[in-house]
Design a protein around this ligand. Structure first.
Ligand SMILES: Nc1ncnc2c1ncn2[C@@H]1O[C@H](COP(=O)(O)OP(=O)(O)OP(=O)(O)O)[C@@H](O)[C@H]1O
Length: 611
């Protein structure tokens, strides 16, 4: 018999919360344990003059992008409890270590974790359940596919990078890494689809860093003194994801001589310009801010050798496609074939694959698991909840979860809602009812967004109410429970949302509230759950049967079995368990039949806050 959701949440919380609590208490200079709640309508007001808030000051050497200090000169009142500390997360703190590079100085990205959180980190990456991935079917399509590897040692990534992989405590490559890294090192273009939390970031970062380390030294043109010429560009759809990729890439490139800089919107551009001027090999950016930098001629893409699009399907959907085309096709970036292009996501609708092929040259398609499938590490629940009952139902979940949690602590719970207003309202209501919640959405300032995320990650505010701005890519270690308070209109968005838990081989729980407003999702949801070996409630199957011929933004509805709809080019070969015996499997049918217009949109007031 199944255990109840509350037991499950408690179980994942036992793993998660204790470490989260460690994280929350591990650093004596962290902000006080709970920030003062400020209702949404009172946010963004200047602090009373009596309030003393220590300004952030950068006391480290003039340097690297890691030392982004003093970004925000006017702390908001929400920061009251947070500004005193100096080292709550990387990026703000004054860390030590690293090497000199001219007048420059590289911050040691491992300093914090080595000093204060050894157990936390160790548990993090050695706790990965590789057995969970062993049986995942892998499919590759394309000419002369380089064979996969089983260990990092088999790949010649360079000693400095290998050393960082050890520092990250990555013992073995994950399946997507086993396949994608040799393909990229073989200088092939790649479209890669692998489940959420399966290590795609490293899969594109390692070959880029290694390639830059080993490549011929480059003579950058002297177009303008202030124009910089990165060798690699990594684009991602949200600011927080760009920041996260930047943090990861800095760890991987520590002491390799490869310099990584991030540029994203909502933050003062001057600091980013200064970081760029100190030199950049890999630029991680959101599209809007990059276009700004290109138009100011502060960045040239002329020397780009590597282009990586994370969450590539999102980057090429209607919202972003024009900006991406501008960056990739209308500026000075070398064309496909003259650069190496890597596209990564957990979902890849057929139409987006077709668009994406414009950016690629003779590419290899790699699918680890079914395209767009969720990992079966996530226990998925769907409950029928009327709109008017959602709040009380959520409260019941949270109460039970707290009762079952470690030392009565709330496990980290991420609650997705449809609108920004809805996020504010739910956060307010939760706080009024004694649940420590914060929120992240596109109407909050970047400063507030970053603070909310830090507060959630540290466990100070263990409930985060979010719009889809937090749906993709964010790797928050101890999220025990994802609640789809409002279901999205697109099954791929659901896949990304629930993928914020059950990461890196760990188990997680996802609960969705379903009612008659969500009938267009019934079939896709039931199919997805079935595919991930989840129990599909009989009532949901009935809705699914009824809505089989309905429309909705359900891109799977023509889909066939596990190997349905993969490489849109239509040919296929796959291997099971990642072995090297590639053989033709043909195309087992299906396709993303009903994919159509409207992807990524949303009605008035229903925007989901993408950057
Ligand atoms: N080889 C490895 N060994 C151990 N841990 C790893 C390994 N590779 C990646 N990880 C860890 O797994 C977690 C998930 O990785 P990552 O964020 O890259 O996933 P992802 O596939 O990009 O997920 P998403 O689809 O949600 O963006 C991270 O915490 C990362 O540090």
């Amino acid at each position: 018999m199944r255990t109840s959701w509350a037991d499950l949440a408690a179980n994942s919380a036992t793993d998660n919360a204790s470490s989260a609590n460690n994280a929350a208490t591990s650093n004596a200079s962290d902000p006080p344990s709970r920030m003062a709640y400020v209702p949404p309508h009172l946010r963004n007001r200047p602090l009373p003059s009596t309030e003393s808030v220590a300004p952030r000051t950068y006391s480290g050497p003039a340097s690297g992008s890691g030392a982004v200090i003093g970004k925000w000169s006017t702390p908001r009142n929400e920061y009251r409890s947070g500004t005193g500390g100096s080292s709550h997360t990387s990026g703000w703190g004054n860390k030590s270590g690293g090497w000199d590079r001219g007048r420059d100085y590289e911050v040691n990205p491992f300093a914090n974790q080595d000093d204060t959180e050894p157990k936390f980190t160790e548990q993090e990456n050695t706790g990965i359940n590789f057995d969970a991935y062993e049986d995942i079917p892998v499919e590759t399509t394309g000419e002369n596919v380089p064979p996969p590897v089983n260990t990092f040692a088999e790949i010649d990534l360079g000693e400095a990078l290998n050393q960082n992989i050890r520092r990250c405590k990555y013992v073995r490559p994950t399946p997507v890494q086993r396949h994608a890294i040799p393909i990229s090192l073989g200088e092939r273009d790649l479209m890669a689809c692998a489940q959420t939390g399966s290590g795609k970031t490293a899969a594109f970062c390692f070959p880029i860093i290694s390639g830059i380390m080993k490549g011929q030294p480059v003579e950058r043109p002297h177009r303008g003194v202030r124009t910089v010429y990165p060798l690699a560009l990594v684009l991602s759809p949200t600011r927080e994801l760009s920041m996260q990729i930047h943090e990861e890439a800095k760890k991987f490139s520590y002491q390799t001589g490869v310099r990584v800089v991030v540029a994203y919107g909502g933050a003062p551009i001057n600091q980013q310009l200064r970081d760029l001027e100190r030199g950049v090999d890999i630029l991680v950016a959101t599209p809007g801010r990059l276009v700004d930098l290109l138009e100011r001629a502060r960045v040239s893409l002329q020397m780009i050798r590597y282009l990586a699009l994370d969450e590539a399907d999102r980057m090429l959907d209607m919202g972003f496609e024009p900006q991406i085309r501008k960056i990739v096709e209308q500026m000075d970036m070398p064309p496909p074939g003259a650069r190496q292009t890597m596209l990564f996501s957990a979902t890849f609708p057929r139409e987006i694959q077709r668009l994406a092929s414009d950016f690629l040259s003779n590419y290899i398609f790699l699918a680890v698991g079914r395209v767009g499938s969720s990992t079966d590490l996530i226990d998925q629940r769907v409950e029928y909840v009327l709109e008017s009952d959602k709040r009380s139902h959520l409260m019941d979940l949270l109460h039970a979860q707290r009762a079952n949690g470690v030392q009565g602590k709330q496990a980290l719970t991420l609650v997705f809602v449809e609108t920004k207003k809805g996020a504010d309202a739910l956060e307010h209501w939760l706080c009024l009812n004694g649940f420590p919640a914060t929120s992240i959405h596109g109407d909050r300032t970047q400063q507030e967004r970053e603070f909310a995320l830090r507060s959630f990650k540290s466990g100070n505010t263990p409930i985060l109410v979010a719009t889809d701005v937090a749906a993709r890519g964010l790797d928050i270690p101890h999220v025990a429970h994802v609640v789809n308070f409002d279901l999205p209109n697109d099954i791929d968005d659901y896949v990304h949302r629930i993928g914020r838990t059950g990461r890196a081989g760990k188990k997680g729980l996802a609960t969705a509230f379903f009612n008659d407003n969500n009938t267009n999702m019934a079939r896709a949801l039931a199919d997805l759950m079935q595919e991930a070996n989840q129990e599909v409630p009989a009532w949901l199957s009935r809705y699914a049967a009824r809505s089989s011929f309905g429309g909705g933004r359900n891109r799977r509805s023509g889909g066939g079995g596990r190997f349905g709809s993969r490489d849109f080019r239509g040919e296929g070969s796959f291997s099971r368990g990642g072995g090297s015996d590639y053989h033709s499997a043909g195309n087992s049918g299906g396709g993303y039949g009903a994919y159509g217009a409207g992807y990524g949109g949303g009605g008035p007031g229903v925007t989901s806050a993408w950057d």
